[in-house]
Design a protein around this ligand. Structure first.
Ligand SMILES: Nc1ncnc2c1ncn2[C@@H]1O[C@H](COP(=O)(O)OP(=O)(O)O)[C@@H](O)[C@H]1O
Ligand SMILES: [Mg+2]
Length: 366
């Protein structure tokens, strides 16, 4: 029996749906239906109950149905053990900021992360290992946020201070006291950001090692992207501050801050072959991603005593039957509530009575 689950979903003017209500979600929900029937949109709506822009990283204005002149809104009902019910809603206010309400009371997005953890794997993430460091850094920070709910605040504050330093650099400002003040602030934030990231990697490395051998644990580390020959301890506040201070003249030439936690990269190696994820086969890359996400689910369950909600968009279609069934077993063992999509219901054989199959081709769209 799950102690905490999403029991209902309501969508208004959201993507392809004018009005959709689904009640009585079970622990394992399979959304099967033809392409374009709204499967990803439903997962995206659920992902908005986690801070940020959801699993498609969309601008909030894009979420409104193109076919309706009205604002969008997503509502979910959460049932907790024994019988407490919470209503969560999110919608766009004046085409600008996304607001979140818990039982009709406005809360900051960050509060969501303290209440429920939602994690996902989507086809967009297949590119994580082959593209530039920015996506991996964002992925790492999202994982980190699961363990350190205030991590996004640190990231925002650091980004603001970084913009100020870069402005000084571009203006060719030579006022050292200004630089000192900003660098000191950046160092305090940057070292904490790095500590949070490193601790998250320790959790992930440990808990992945408990996964089934069919999902080989990836070995995760943190590195600077450039300049590659300058590794230094970014969790050390004084080292960071000294580094920036020493490199001011170099940074002045390019007009930006070349080193620091904003340039860190997530290093990922295959646990058995040791090969960098970038050079692994696409199949191996997918298994690495799944290993990290299952390890993360396990770590969150252990740390908070409550498993996260897991969203798998088009994941099982790319796995052979053995991996597919082990993946589902791992999730069932975690006791997570999981929402999975696929074009055909027969991609999900062997699910027990806990599973619920919804045919999205039957849902009314615009
Ligand atoms: N803002 C929007 N307004 C109306 N329709 C949209 C919007 N965004 C996407 N769509 C459409 O919604 C449909 C469902 O998309 P999606 O949820 O990705 O489907 P699936 O995952 O089932 O393939 C697609 O036809 C898409 O073009
Ligand atoms: Mg889809």
């Amino acid at each position: 029996m799950l102690s905490f689950k999403i029991s209902k979903l309501g969508l208004r003017n959201f993507r392809c749906f004018g009005s959709l209500d689904i009640a009585d979600f079970k622990q394992i929900v399979v959304l099967a239906g033809k392409n374009g029937s709204g499967k990803t949109s439903i997962l995206e709506a659920l992902s908005l109950f986690s801070p940020g822009k959801g699993l498609r990283n969309a601008q909030t204005a894009q979420l409104r149905s193109h076919d309706k002149p009205f604002p969008w809104k997503v509502t979910i009902e959460i049932t907790t053990n024994p019988t407490e019910i919470l209503w969560l809603a999110t919608h766009l206010v004046e085409d600008k900021t996304r607001k979140v309400l818990i039982n009709d009371k406005p809360v900051r997005q960050i509060e969501l992360n303290k209440l429920l953890k939602i994690i996902w794997v989507t086809p967009l993430m297949d590119r994580l290992w082959v593209e530039g460091p920015e996506g991996r850094r964002r992925f790492l920070d999202r994982l980190t946020m699961g363990f350190f709910p205030d991590h996004p605040l640190l990231i925002n504050k650091y980004a603001k201070a970084l913009r100020e330093r870069n402005l000084l650099l571009r203006e060719r400002n030579v006022d050292n006291s200004w630089f000192n003040a900003i660098e000191s602030q950046m160092a305090a934030l940057g070292s904490q950001i790095t500590k949070n990231r490193l601790e998250t990697l320790i959790h992930l490395n440990h808990f992945q090692s408990l996964n089934s051998p069919l999902f080989p644990a990836a070995i995760l580390g943190l590195s600077q992207t450039e300049p590659k020959n300058h590794e230094f301890d970014m969790s050390d506040k004084d080292a960071l501050q000294e580094r920036w201070s020493t490199n001011r003249s170099r940074d002045l030439v390019v007009g930006k801050t070349l080193e620091g936690p904003h340039r860190a990269d997530l290093k990922v190696n295959h646990g058995i072959t040791g090969r960098a994820a970038q050079s692994c086969s696409t199949g191996e890359q997918k298994l690495i991603l799944l290993s990290i996400v299952i390890g993360n689910a396990r770590a969150l369950a252990k740390t908070f005593g409550q498993p996260p909600i897991v969203l798998f968009d088009e994941v099982v279609a790319h796995l052979d039957p053995k991996h597919r069934s082990v993946l589902i077993t791992e999730i069932i063992n975690l006791n997570s509530q999981v929402f999975m999509t696929g074009t055909e219901a027969n991609l999900f054989p062997g699910l027990g009575s806990e599973a619920q199959f919804l045919n999205t081709s039957d849902f009314e769209t615009n």
